[in-house]
Design a protein around this ligand. Structure first.
Ligand SMILES: Cc1ncc(COP(=O)(O)O)c(C=O)c1O
Length: 491
């Protein structure tokens, strides 16, 4: 089925909004500011509502079902977060408002800085970065500024494990460092012997995702920190997988110097399609002077606390307009407060759910890390199904037919035909069992009727896409008839 585009519903003369008569004299608009070539759809309000409602029904969403997208923590977003973010005192604030008139908002930011620091074992936090990857860049720029402040300019390399999320080496390269890859050992941990060889006077930092993208807690985490520190480098923890260890491990306490939090994952603020999000960064006290400016500070005056925006003394600069993505931060604050000390049980249930799914699937799908207990996500491999001609991509497409958003596939890169599955703590036993039933059905179909799996999805509004062309030559803009064909032909 092809959905009509709004432009194609256009009929000359139809209007969605009747404009009132002008109550000021008409003034001629300079000709250079006008154009008559702009094609705008002429549609009634009814058509617009029908059109967008119909489109929304074609979407799969976290509010419709399981979203087991490993490495992305797509958990249910409690509605209380939305209530808090919509409070007029927050939602109607203007970013240029003087700090004296925005004390409540600044108090919230200050408290959130403190909560994140407490949960993770760091001393100071910036809330400015707008996403995890943005937090990574912030953290690595802080590491660079720290070495430069000591005149230690020979540190040109950042060590990254081969299981790293792609944003880690990309960040290091973007900040001007050379990326050095350290392999994983047979248990999925960083190979410590190799790390000892690689760490040296040219090491600026090591970036490590812990728990890593195999869903494993690195058994050598403290030792990794000790090795890098002995070489004079800093250790960066990519905290995107913090959902696995809330209330259990404080990365700052075991030796990490810098960490970002994906609050739009761990602390349940809606995300997807590029944002908005927030990627606050925590640092140890000796790195606090380098934080982005401004930081929210509190001073206890005679009439109670006063909150101010202050520059950090050796700041790396500003990384986001105003105070960061404030609405996202309000949601994260609400989530942390509403869970309180129950944050630990968030992680315990996330880990339990992932281990339950894994235990129910490993008789039919290859389990590359049989000897290890996983954390909040786990990797299966579709190599057994591949022998029947069914690839992991086909398994993912068949899951769409069976009513599920597919897990992450072909990542991490070090596992052949990988499926990275993260159910999160917010799914019930019934939902997990339905997912197990779907995955078991697909494994059976791969044996008995591989073509059925390879033809999937049959019941989705969009069938198989030409993914290579979509990635290499994306065509995201509607064009009038004739022009679209010209774009597709590369003219
Ligand atoms: C391990 C890891 N690090 C970093 C990121 C980047 O986070 P963001 O998408 O918010 O930029 C992700 C996102 O999926 C991730 O899984």
């Amino acid at each position: 089925m092809t959905e009509a585009l709004l432009f194609e519903l256009s009929k000359p003369g139809r209007r969605g909004v009747p404009l009132p008569e002008a109550d000021v004299p008409a003034v001629p608009i300079p000709a250079e500011l006008c154009r008559d070539t702009l094609d705008l759809p002429e549609v009634a309000e009814r058509d617009v509502v029908k059109h967008f409602t119909r489109l929304s029904h074609l979407n799969y969403a976290i509010d419709l079902g399981l979203y087991p997208l490993g490495s992305c923590t797509m958990k249910y977003n409690p509605r209380i977060n939305e209530d808090a973010a919509r409070q007029p005192g927050f939602a109607s604030l203007h970013p240029y408002q003087p700090a004296e008139t925005a004390q409540g908002a600044l108090e919230l930011l200050h408290e959130l800085q403190g909560m994140l620091a407490e949960i993770s074992g760091f001393d100071a936090v910036t809330l400015q970065p707008a996403a995890g990857a943005h937090g990574e860049l912030t953290g690595i720029l802080i590491a660079r500024a720290y070495h430069q402040s000591r005149g230690d300019t020979a540190r040109t390399k950042v060590i990254v494990p081969d299981s790293a999320h792609g944003t880690n080496p990309a960040t290091a390269a973007m900040a001007g460092f050379q990326v050095v890859t350290v392999p994983s050992d047979e248990r999925g941990n960083v190979d410590l012997a190799r790390l000892r060889e690689l760490a040296g006077p040219d090491t600026a930092a090591m970036m490590i995702t812990n728990p890593n993208t195999l869903g494993l807690y690195d058994e050598g985490a403290s030792e990794i920190c000790a090795i890098i520190h002995a070489a004079g480098g800093l250790v960066y923890n990519d905290g995107a997988n913090f959902n696995a260890i809330l209330g259990v491990v404080k990365p700052g306490a075991i030796g990490f110097d810098i960490m970002h939090y994906n609050v739009h994952k761990t602390f349940s603020t809606p995300h997807g399609g590029g944002g908005p999000g927030a990627g606050p960064v925590g640092v140890k006290a000796f790195l606090a002077p380098f934080l982005p400016t401004p930081v929210v500070a509190r001073e206890d005056g005679p009439d109670g606390p006063v909150y101010r925006l202050e520059p950090a003394p050796e700041t790396i600069g500003k990384l986001h307009a105003f105070w960061g993505n404030f609405g996202v931060l309000v949601r994260a604050y609400t989530y942390i407060l509403s869970n309180g000390t129950g944050l630990r049980s968030v992680s315990e249930h996330a880990v339990l759910n992932a281990n339950y799914l894994r235990a129910r699937l490993t008789d039919l799908y290859e389990d590359p890390l049989r000897d290890r207990r996983n954390m909040h996500e786990f990797v299966l491999s579709g190599v057994r199904q591949k022998r029947r001609g069914v690839r992991t991509l086909d398994i993912a497409k068949r899951l769409i037919d069976l009513g599920f958003y597919p897990p992450t596939i072909y990542f991490p890169l070090i596992v052949e035909e990988a499926l990275l599955i993260e159910p999160t703590e917010t799914e019930s036993l019934e939902t997990l069992d339905e997912f197990v039933a779907a995955m078991r059905q697909i494994a059976r179909e791969a044996e008995e009727d591989p073509e059925l799996v390879k033809r999937a999805p049959q019941h989705a509004p969009v069938k198989r896409l030409d993914e290579a062309t979509a990635a290499r030559r994306p065509n995201l803009r509607w064009q009038p008839a004739g022009q679209a064909e010209a774009v597709a032909a590369g003219d």
